[in-house]
Design a protein around this ligand. Structure first.
Ligand SMILES: C[S@@+](CC[C@H](N)C(=O)[O-])C[C@H]1O[C@@H](n2cnc3c(N)ncnc32)[C@H](O)[C@@H]1O
Length: 399
């Protein structure tokens, strides 16, 4: 007899199988090659990273988990020492997992936030004595008045975002961090500060947007920052040696990858989804600590992939045959609405351009793994998995 837990699990699997079958339209021949892989269920979310040291230094809800990367590398039998690329690297899950497993890696993200977080998570060779000294020093500081103010993110009222104490303490600690001479230690400390600003604010990430919610109890910046530093330092002390591999992460555009033709063995990535989410808004508090002005943030917004309305990119031609029929379906389902078709068109063009770039840099016989979500738009669903497989020439696909 099955326990209640096992019975529930079996029922859930049956429901998932039914949903999987119902999601197939029977129209596209590539659907025959889809196979359900429910064991990846949680791995394609950030959930698995939440308790994993270093991976959890910065909570990136849109990320996937270390074990997903390890499963993909193992299942595809990628030989050790190969070059693994993530052109939408976010906070570096692919890069860190590849490094720990003995692969060279390269990563790009359009936003300096992801690149910064990735760099700190990948850094090695700290002067631990100096680090301990600097942490002790910053913990011993009395409150002070900073010389600079926080960058105003404009679309939210900063007086509502933070208490007046947080508006003083965040720039105060930033100024103290910038006095640290050792660049790696400075970045480590800055990541600790960046990673707690959300908790120290009245802002809640709600789906793809930020909302001001007057929180009853706002933990003080100093308390959150000190605790975070302590926890990160403990993780560093416990971390064992990692294989000697190369690992490069830079600000860059997946639509124009700065790598040579046929240089990559495997690509493991997750592009933004077609869900109108603007990362520069969703992570505006964190990003504001890395830019010098609101204007700089706005220019980043226009540069990102067109999964939202404010992004811009000039690529008039697109070689994917499916775009026209898709757009006419979208227009039919959304008469008189101009934003949805515009975003769909921009997104599909950007996805196509990035896949063409991936095809250029991946070696013949190499592999590409994309974590994507299909989209439910008003009146129409868009199967991004099938679309990517078509664009990529019908590569293997699992849903
Ligand atoms: C789904 S997230 C990737 C998360 C990552 N797998 C992780 O575990 O942290 C998608 C990323 O694509 C980035 N992005 C958006 N447009 C881009 C572009 N044109 N080129 C490179 N990265 C871009 C976003 O900033 C975001 O970090």
């Amino acid at each position: 007899m099955l326990s209640a837990w096992a019975e529930n699990r079996v029922k859930a699997m049956r429901d998932m199988n039914r949903l999987f079958r119902e999601s197939l339209t029977g129209v596209n021949p590539l659907e025959e090659r889809l196979s359900p892989r429910f064991e990846f269920d949680k791995l394609v979310t950030f959930a698995g990273n939440k308790k994993t040291p270093i991976y959890n230094w910065f909570y990136y809800k849109e990320g996937f988990s270390r074990d997903f990367v390890w499963s993909a590398l193992e299942e595809l039998a990628i030989p050790k020492g190969s070059l693994v690329l993530d052109p939408f690297c976010g906070t570096g899950t692919t890069l860190l997992a590849a490094k720990q497993a003995g692969y060279d890696s390269a990563g790009f993200d359009i936003l300096p936030l992801g690149v910064f977080v990735s760099k700190v998570k990948l850094a090695e060779g700290y002067d631990m004595g100096e680090m301990e000294k600097q942490i002790r020093h910053i913990r011993s500081l009395k409150f002070g008045e900073p010389e600079n103010k926080l960058v105003d993110i404009r679309f939210l009222d900063m007086r509502k975002v933070y208490s007046r104490y947080a508006r003083r303490d965040i720039p105060f600690f930033m100024e103290e961090i910038f006095k640290v001479e050792d660049e790696k230690i400075r970045d480590f400390m800055l990541l600790a500060l960046i990673s707690i600003v959300g908790q120290a604010s009245n802002v809640k990430k709600d789906g793809g947007v930020l909302r001001i919610v007057r929180k009853k109890h706002l933990p003080p910046v100093r308390y959150l920052f000190h605790n975070k530093l302590k926890r990160m330092f403990k993780d560093l002390k416990k971390a064992g040696p990692t294989p000697k591999v190369s690992c490069n992460v830079n600000v860059g555009d997946a639509r124009n990858i700065d790598l040579k033709n046929n240089s990559v063995d495997a690509l493991i990535t997750s592009p933004p989804y077609l869900n109108f989410v603007d990362y520069t808004k969703l992570y505006a508090l964190e990003l504001s600590l890395l830019v010098s002005s609101a204007r700089e943030m706005e220019s980043l917004r226009r540069m990102s992939m067109r999964s939202h309305v404010t992004a811009e990119y000039d690529n008039s031609g697109v070689g994917w045959d499916g775009l026209k029929p898709l757009l006419s379906q979208v227009l039919k389902a959304n008469p008189g609405e101009d934003k949805v078709p515009l975003v769909v068109e921009g997104y599909v063009k950007d996805l196509y351009t990035s896949i063409s770039e991936a095809a250029r840099v991946i070696k013949p016989g190499g592999h590409a793994v994309y974590v994507v979500s299909n989209s439910a738009l008003p009146g129409i669903t868009v199967d991004i998995d099938i679309m990517i497989a078509e664009m990529g020439g019908g590569a293997w696909i699992h849903r």
